[in-house]
Design a protein around this ligand. Structure first.
Ligand code: ADP
Ligand code: MG
Length: 267
């Protein structure tokens, strides 16, 4: 038998009811992510990207359908998956090093091992000189480095990232994208990365999953076979970017049309 997919999503549907109206956030989502694969979920705001990621994380179960991680049904959050959010979820009262150590302490790892692991990840993310600082004294980019180091320190096979670089300026974002790829390549880790940035998705992913809006579903899966490191200014990159942009823009147009006539707002 083949090894199970790292993530297997089958017929996932998720509805929310707000003020008597039902919103179908996700409908009929089928997606398989192979072990070691880097997949980006791309789509306009409100198309259900976070809802899908939260379901895979086990924070909020689907209304129906199945999600398995490494063959095991997801029944809640677990140490095999870790999430990085857009708004760094750091503990403000802990130093950088303490934030990175936190997950390992919860796990009950021995102190010398915690120290060594924390040092390794601080080093890998260029944070060694900032280990005793508090989050409030760091830039947004540095705080996201801490959030990533903290997740990687617990070494989960699956990384879930919800627009982790969305709040950063372009240069910092590119630096962190490159570092993430460097850490991911050869790690065997599976990454499911949410973005609404077309260029970011093509820069990062092995496959880009373009989502539709209301209900959120898979519109098209675009494989990205460009070799890494990718040059966003190359002709091949631009061709792919235009193709993906056309898919996303069609969804955005549909969304704007629906919003004008009040579809899905109980109007
Ligand atoms: P995205 O991350 O792609 O921007 P979301 O997954 O956050 O989209 O939201 C998808 C849809 O589900 C949106 O229409 C949103 O308003 C709705 N939604 C998400 N979370 C909730 C919730 N907790 N209660 C009600 N509606 C929600
Ligand atoms: Mg979101």
């Amino acid at each position: 038998m083949n090894a199970p997919a790292a993530i297997r999503i089958e017929e996932v549907r998720k509805t929310f009811s707000t003020g008597g109206a039902e919103v179908v956030a996700l409908d009929g989502i089928d997606l398989e992510v192979a072990a070691g694969e880097f997949v980006c979920l791309l789509g306009p705001s409100g198309c259900g990207k976070s809802t899908l990621l939260n379901a895979v994380a086990g924070f909020s179960p689907p209304t129906s359908g199945r999600i398995r991680v490494a063959g095991q049904p997801v029944a809640g959050p677990g140490p095999d998956r870790a999430m990085v959010f857009q708004e760094y979820a750091l503990f403000p009262w802990m130093t950088v090093a303490e934030n990175v150590a936190f997950g390992l302490e919860v796990k009950g790892s021995p102190a010398p091992e915690i120290r060594a692991t924390v040092d390794t990840w601080l080093e890998k993310l260029g944070l060694s000189d900032f280990r005793d600082r508090f989050p409030k004294d760091l830039s947004g980019g540095m705080r996201q480095r801490v959030a990533i180091a903290r997740v990687l320190a617990i070494d989960p096979p699956v990384l879930l990232m919800d627009e982790p670089f969305g709040a950063l300026d372009a240069l910092t974002r590119r630096n962190l994208q490159e570092e993430l790829l460097r850490i991911w390549s050869g790690s065997g880790k599976t990454v499911l990365f949410v973005t609404h940035g077309i260029e970011e998705a093509i820069f990062l992913a092995d496959r880009v999953v373009v989502m539709t809006y209301r209900p959120g579903a898979v519109k098209e899966i675009v494989p990205v076979t460009l070799s890494r490191p990718r040059d966003p200014h190359s002709a091949d990159f631009s061709t792919l970017e235009r193709r993906v942009a056309a898919l996303v823009m069609a969804e955005q147009a549909r969304q704007e049309r629906d919003e004008r006539v009040g579809v899905g707002r109980g109007a």
